[in-house]
Design a binder for this molecule. Structure first.
Ligand code: ADP
Ligand code: MG
Length: 320
């Protein structure tokens, strides 16, 4: 029965993302059954428990989930800072599990950019915005003229042309995060990862920073993976992936179409994520509404799978 459900889900999700042309191509980011166990003195924490995630090139994905659900752990692995305990993780042609230390460094310098929540972690405090953006290019061997021109262009495109000479301490939190986006983009990475980049900002400023990420995605085609706990923010992207207990649990896909009056209409559809073993998570609201717990009865229909409470009348034939 999982085959039918999977096929249907695949068909449904393809229809919902017709705006993302890359959806059918090989994903840029592929995580399969990712496990990360932290060993501390006396306890073992399973931060990721078999997480699957595929992201198509050129898309922007928001990752949401309660505190402690494993979002930062996932981003740490994807950005090459941390290695998984088990499972597979690939970004482009880079295998994040088996890559050597020198590959890891090259990957971090040239293929990906990062923006962290703590504004101070993103920028060097004693360098101007211009110098901060030039810094990663210098590490990559770019010539000073190229660095200067490119940093100026990047800052201008982020609305910071007149702030290039200021140090982080002379910029607002939102401006600092936009400079950080410039730093992340300095070496023209395929992907930018951002871990709650608006978490320390007020709503209006956070919206501005988020808008900058959206422009980067739309205008440069950079793939953006952004962790946020802000539902209003995640409503603005094509795809929102929810992580729960170290696994991807559900996804919302949004597509935009133009209606008969020429108005853009956004359609949002929610999907449960089915893993390779056929597991899926029923939303808490559904479980409560029908009193579903411990065991449920499944039935394969021609075009869907039914789920019933265990003691649902006489025909509960699925007892095990
Ligand atoms: P999120 O970013 O979604 O809040 P994290 O990925 O930071 O979640 O954490 C997931 C789980 O792993 C949490 O239970 C957290 O306490 C634990 N954890 C994270 N980092 C470490 C670490 N370095 N050592 C031990 N446990 C950790
Ligand atoms: Mg976190």
């Amino acid at each position: 029965m999982s085959v039918t459900a999977q096929a249907r889900m695949a068909a449904a999700s393809t229809s919902a993302v017709t705006t993302a042309a890359a959806a059918t191509a090989e994903p840029l980011i592929a995580c399969e059954n990712l496990v990360r166990i932290y060993q501390t003195a006396d306890v073992e924490v399973q931060a990721l428990q078999g997480l699957d995630l595929h992201v198509a090139a050129g898309t922007m994905v928001a990752i949401v989930g309660a505190s402690g659900s494993g979002k930062s752990t996932l981003l740490g692995i994807l950005s090459g800072l941390d290695a998984p305990t088990a499972g597979a993780a690939r970004v482009g042609s880079w295998d994040l599990v088996s890559m050597s230390a020198s590959d890891r460094l090259a990957y971090r310098r040239s293929s990906v950019g990062f923006v962290w929540q703590q504004t101070a972690r993103n920028l060097v405090p004693y360098l101007s915005a211009q110098r901060n953006v030039e810094l990663p290019m210098g590490l990559n061997g770019a010539r000073s003229r190229v660095r200067a021109d490119r940093a100026r262009d990047l800052l201008a495109s982020l609305g910071l042309a007149d702030k290039a000479g200021r140090r982080p301490g002379e910029l607002s939190g939102g401006e600092q995060q936009r400079v950080a986006i410039g730093v992340a983009l300095a070496n023209e990475p395929a992907v930018v990862f951002a871990d709650e980049p608006t978490g320390e900002l007020d709503t209006a400023t956070g919206d501005e920073v988020f808008a900058a990420f959206r422009r980067v995605n739309a205008e440069r085609g950079t793939t953006v993976v952004i962790v946020t706990h802000d539902a209003a923010v995640s409503d603005q992207v094509q795809r929102t992936v929810a992580i729960r207990d170290g696994r991807t649990s559900s996804e919302v896909l949004r597509s935009t179409s133009v209606d008969e009056f020429g108005e853009a209409q956004v359609t949002a559809r929610e999907f449960a994520v089915l893993d390779r073993a056929g597991r899926l998570q029923l939303p808490a609201g559904y479980r409560q509404a029908l009193g579903l717990e411990k065991r449920v009865r499944l039935e394969l229909e021609s075009d869907h799978v039914g789920v019933w409470p265990e003691d649902d009348g006489a025909q509960a034939g699925g007892e095990r």
